[in-house]
Design a protein around this ligand. Structure first.
Ligand code: URA
Length: 225
């Protein structure tokens, strides 16, 4: 046989051995590799945004109206990270524009900031149907985009808004009650990370707003120090 054969698969095929592979699994692992490779070539938020707008790595692209990349000051010192777009965000293509977003704006105002001072992004860039929790596979495929946003913005502080963001950024399954109230360091650059309640939770449990306000005072202090 004069031909050079590269893989075990090809040897087996030449031997007449039939190879079965789960099609979905094959697709998924290819998508992951593609995503990681592409992330290396993205050098500005605009480039990442375009990549996200065209993303079909997970099934959420089939049900989205718009991707929701992120918004705010590209040189922000504070990067707020939420969970995933809801219905309003999906329609507008902007994070935190519904009722929870209004509360987030009010909380920012309480420490004399507005959305143009900070940057806001989400773990997922597309809305999960019926606002269900993100699936681990969706988080895995989508978060290289968030990582790129963190690398490009280089914030002075990261704020994990709610459980899903906190658990992903801290690589833990701990509850919010355990996670909130401490400061952490994120990634090799050891970016200070603070965990606070999701404003959607605060809308349901207004008595917790006081604790959230104390988190925001810590954020303010980190920005002026
Ligand atoms: N909740 C989030 O976590 N993010 C949004 O963008 C909107 C609601």
């Amino acid at each position: 046989m004069g031909m050079y054969m590269k893989s075990k698969k090809q040897y087996l095929k030449a031997m007449g051995v039939e190879i079965w592979q789960d099609k979905d699994k094959a697709k998924k692992s290819k998508a992951k590799t593609l995503d990681n490779d592409n992330a290396q070539d993205l050098h500005s938020l605009d480039e990442v945004k375009k990549k996200v707008a065209a993303c079909t790595l997970c099934a959420l692209h089939k049900t989205r109206t718009n991707t929701v990349f992120g918004v705010g000051n590209e040189k922000a010192q504070a990067l707020f990270i939420g969970e995933a777009p809801g219905a309003n965000e999906d329609l507008k293509g902007e994070p935190f524009v519904g009722r929870a977003g209004m509360l987030l704006n009010a909380m920012l105002k309480s420490i004399r900031l507005d959305r143009t001072d900070i940057y806001i992004a989400n773990i997922l860039k597309c809305r999960p149907p019926n606002n269900r929790d993100p699936l681990p596979e969706e988080v895995k495929l989508c978060t290289p985009y968030l990582q790129k946003q963190i690398d490009l913005i280089q914030p002075k502080i990261l704020i994990a808004v709610g459980r899903i963001a906190a658990q992903f950024l801290l690589n833990t399954t701990e509850s919010m009650s355990k996670l909130r109230g401490n400061t952490y360091q994120y990634g090799p650059q050891k970016i200070p990370l603070l965990v606070t309640y999701h404003p959607a939770y605060l809308l349901r449990s207004p008595s917790e707003k006081r604790k959230a306000y104390s988190d925001f005072l810590i954020i303010k202090k980190a920005l002026v120090d």
